[in-house]
Design a protein around this ligand. Structure first.
Ligand SMILES: Cc1cc2nc3c(=O)[nH]c(=O)nc-3n(C[C@H](O)[C@H](O)[C@H](O)COP(=O)(O)OP(=O)(O)OC[C@H]3O[C@@H](n4cnc5c(N)ncnc54)[C@H](O)[C@@H]3O)c2cc1C
Length: 392
């Protein structure tokens, strides 16, 4: 089986690692000429994402970069500690949360793809897909084609593959702006390996102190997306000023950390895919953000993309044909990732956290009870599907 993967981001590289590990002939096509598109923000990989990486045999590539997070601290708007708890599977060095720059993670996964001898072509932007009876062909801008038995669209939020599978279905704004920054002046950002979340009155704020002395922070603020004009006219200093004004309303470290940030402030809108977005057509399937982008509130986008990779590879490996593999993949993945879209969107729009998520503990999600078995590389995926992938 020849597999064409469109997109060399987190979902695409991970899918390539999984499908290659399962014994298939995989090639990755990435539009960006060098690495992958990088908006410069950081992200956290949660324990479920780290478990998926372990199943792909790619833990070492990722634990070599970034830094671990083992403790969650929650402060209320008066700066009082409302929760202090171990984060995820903090006792296991391979499964504990990890904080990484998105560009670094992409680069590490791309290097791992290349190290395993999987072909990755940069500067190859998909233009269209042609479905034949026995094969699928990708056409790239500026000429060039690739033909395979399966095409995996891992081309992110503005996916071209999705536009071909589900014309007219587009991501929508999830109710808030997200600011990211790196403070380099010393600020009290909490103990090492700790992520501090502040439930502020005007913003949800989070920060961690990196081992190199920087403070990584984000702030989620309710509102419409910044227009292209606003972004073009604004400077980091202007964003900083706006944010500090909002954060000053509360006690706690947030305003001081943002004030100690220089030019490295970014803003983006929270976006999500509508529920029920079609994911597949014939021999083409979308994964990762292309299929199920969620607002960043639950911090699960990258981890879900890594889970996708393991489930897809196992589904293709353990079923007799592509059609049944893609159908099984969708049955197993849709309840879980759509729950994440809904839960994350609710938080972004200011609703209370889902039931069961008190004291910093995440709510049980569909598929949580089955996850260890689902991601275990040697367990036949059909034995998991007997339980429908739901529950929990
Ligand atoms: C600001 C922000 C903060 C986030 N924080 C977190 C977090 O803390 N934790 C977490 O788990 N997730 C987080 N996420 C989500 C996470 O970044 C995404 O879920 C994840 O990057 C999705 O990976 P992907 O590979 O599906 O898409 P992408 O990372 O967008 O990769 C898509 C790739 O496809 C390429 N591409 C696009 N079009 C084409 C084409 N036509 N042909 C060929 N290649 C193409 C692009 O160049 C890109 O490299 C955050 C997202 C944002 C925006």
């Amino acid at each position: 089986m020849r597999v064409i993967v469109i997109g060399g981001g987190i979902a695409g590289t991970a899918a390539a690692l999984g499908l290659h590990k399962a014994g298939f002939d995989v090639s990755v096509y990435e539009a960006h000429p060098d690495g992958a598109e990088d908006i410069g923000a950081f992200l956290t990989l949660a324990s479920n994402g780290m478990r998926a990486l372990a199943a792909l045999g790619a833990s070492a590539a990722v634990t070599a970069i970034g830094y671990p997070l083992t403790t969650l601290r929650v402060l209320d708007s008066s700066g009082i500690e409302a929760a202090h708890a171990p984060l995820g599977e903090s006792g296991d060095p391979l499964l504990r949360y990890r904080c990484l720059r998105r560009g670094e993670l992409n680069a590490a996964l791309q290097a791992e793809v290349a190290r395993r001898g999987i072909s990755i072509r940069h500067g190859a932007r998909l233009a269209s897909v042609e479905e034949g009876h026995a094969a699928v062909t990708a056409h790239f801008t500026g000429g060039g084609t690739a033909t395979g038995d399966l095409l995996v669209g891992a081309d992110g939020l503005r996916s071209t593959v999705r536009r071909l599978i589900a014309p007219g279905v587009e991501p929508r704004h999830a109710g808030e702006r997200v600011f990211y920054g790196y403070a380099t002046r010393p600020v009290p950002a909490g103990a090492p390996e700790t992520i501090t979340m502040v439930r502020g009155s005007a913003a949800a704020f989070g920060c961690t102190a990196s081992p190199t002395g920087e403070t990584y922070w984000f702030a989620r603020v309710a509102g419409e997306p910044a227009s292209a004009d606003e972004i073009a006219k604004s400077t980091p200093a202007r964003w900083r000023e706006l944010l500090v004004e909002l954060l000053r309303k509360d006690a706690g470290p947030a305003a001081g950390i943002v004030a100690a940030t220089g030019e490295r402030i970014m803003v983006t809108g929270a976006t999500e895919m509508p529920l029920g977005t079609p994911w597949r057509s014939g021999r083409a399937l979308i994964v990762g953000d292309a299929a199920h982008a969620a607002s960043p509130a639950t911090g699960q986008g990258a981890s879900m993309a890594l889970e996708d990779a393991v489930v897809l590879a196992k589904a293709v490996r353990d079923t007799p044909d592509t059609g049944s593999a893609l159908a099984l993949y969708e049955t197993l993945r849709r309840p879980r990732v759509e729950y994440n879209i809904t839960a994350s969107g609710r938080i972004s729009r200011g609703a209370a956290a889902p039931p069961g998520s008190g004291r910093g503990k995440p709510a049980r999600r569909p598929g949580d009870d089955e996850l260890i078995r689902l991601l275990a590389w040697n367990a036949d995926i059909r034995t998991t599907s007997a339980h429908g992938g739901g529950g929990g």
